[in-house]
Design a protein around this ligand. Structure first.
Ligand code: SAM
Length: 324
């Protein structure tokens, strides 16, 4: 069956992300006590310093904006992590005494959510993070507790997404009117432009009062280096059809505006790295693998990834203040 084959290639990209993150974590770029438990053992395949620096920046940039959002809402918010893979953001937030949320939802294909959910059920130091009671909803292929839910959804299927969210809203677990953060970390690129645009439209309409969409993904894919990246990605996941949206900063804006968001922002990783990353931190991470011989390779790579975000803010919470 063609669809199943295509999905398994997309699902496999989670392994790539986990292996690269685990490598960087083991080298000391940042700490994460949970990823190894969730993702299993590492291959220990050597990665270039540029790749590890890229993952560091990806994780830190996203966390910076996530924290800003949570603080702006005074901890009264919901977070929905789209195409979560084995990402550990929910654990990171729970370990941080200053950051709280009303509910956190992880969403991915059921192949991923089943593994993530069963590990959390089975492994005490993961399960103990989430108090459960007998009234807890049962989510087939997923997980539910008062603070955290894992939903198996194909994000290209908005009926499925809507049905699952409705169950949570009907049970007062989420509130469509509450400030809501969507995270998509290297996910939209694995969908057609039509699917990602429809997803954005659906989310901005369903959470129309106050929501922020935070995205990290490939960009500038139509230059020479971008084409090489594209070919590499294609070899692993032969089904990359969201490339048009990854053409430029402008196509990122356009997608948000067409998706009915009010304001949109986009910066390349180069811009982030040069302007916003703390200097001491930069020196520390650049020295981990013995320093960079030449910056050119890093700059070339970083020109091909971006942070982009957009919001709807009918209640004037001040989402325009969310930036680096
Ligand atoms: N966000 C995680 C991270 O950055 O560590 C995982 C990134 S991985 C490159 C892409 C993830 O998006 C995979 O886990 C994949 O299964 C998920 N994904 C892609 N398309 C999806 C879809 N249509 N529905 C649900 N999940 C999807």
């Amino acid at each position: 069956d063609k669809t199943a084959v295509d999905n398994s290639n997309i699902i496999e990209t989670n392994n790539d992300a986990c292996q690269c993150k685990l490598y960087a974590i083991e080298r000391g770029y940042w700490t994460d006590p949970y990823l190894k438990t969730l993702a299993g053992s590492t291959h220990n395949e050597r990665r270039t310093p540029e790749i590890s620096l890229g993952y560091y920046v990806r994780v830190h940039g996203l966390r910076y904006l996530i924290e800003k959002f949570i603080k702006l809402t005074n901890n009264d918010c919901q977070i929905i992590n789209l195409g979560c893979g084995f990402d550990t953001t929910v654990f990171y937030l729970l370990d941080n005494v200053n950051l709280h949320f009303k509910h956190f939802i992880d969403i991915d294909f059921d192949e991923i959510t089943e593994i993530k959910s069963s590990k959390i059920h089975r492994i005490p130091h993961l399960r103990n993070k989430f108090p459960m009671n007998n009234q807890s909803l049962k989510i087939p292929g997923g997980f539910h507790s008062s603070l955290y839910t894992i939903l198996p959804v194909d994000l290209r299927n908005l009926t499925q997404l809507d049905n699952q969210l409705k169950i949570l809203s009907n049970n007062n677990i989420i509130d469509y009117k509450k400030p809501t953060l969507f995270i998509s970390e290297c996910v939209l690129i694995y969908m057609s432009n039509e699917h990602s645009l429809n997803l954005l439209k659906y989310l901005s309409q369903t959470f129309s009062q106050c929501c922020l969409f935070l995205n990290f993904e490939q960009i500038n894919m139509n230059d020479r280096f971008g084409q090489i990246m594209f070919e590499n990605l294609k070899q692993r996941s032969c089904y990359l059809i969201g490339m048009d949206a990854c053409q430029s900063v402008n196509t990122q804006y356009e997608r948000y505006i067409n998706g009915n968001f009010m304001s949109a922002y986009c910066i390349t990783l180069n811009e982030y790295y040069k302007k916003y990353l703390n200097l001491n931190e930069k020196q520390r991470i650049e020295m981990i693998d013995g320093g960079l011989d030449e910056k050119e390779l890093l700059e070339q790579l970083f020109e091909h990834y971006c942070f982009s975000w957009a919001y709807r803010d009918e209640i004037n919470l001040g989402l325009d203040k969310i930036k680096f």
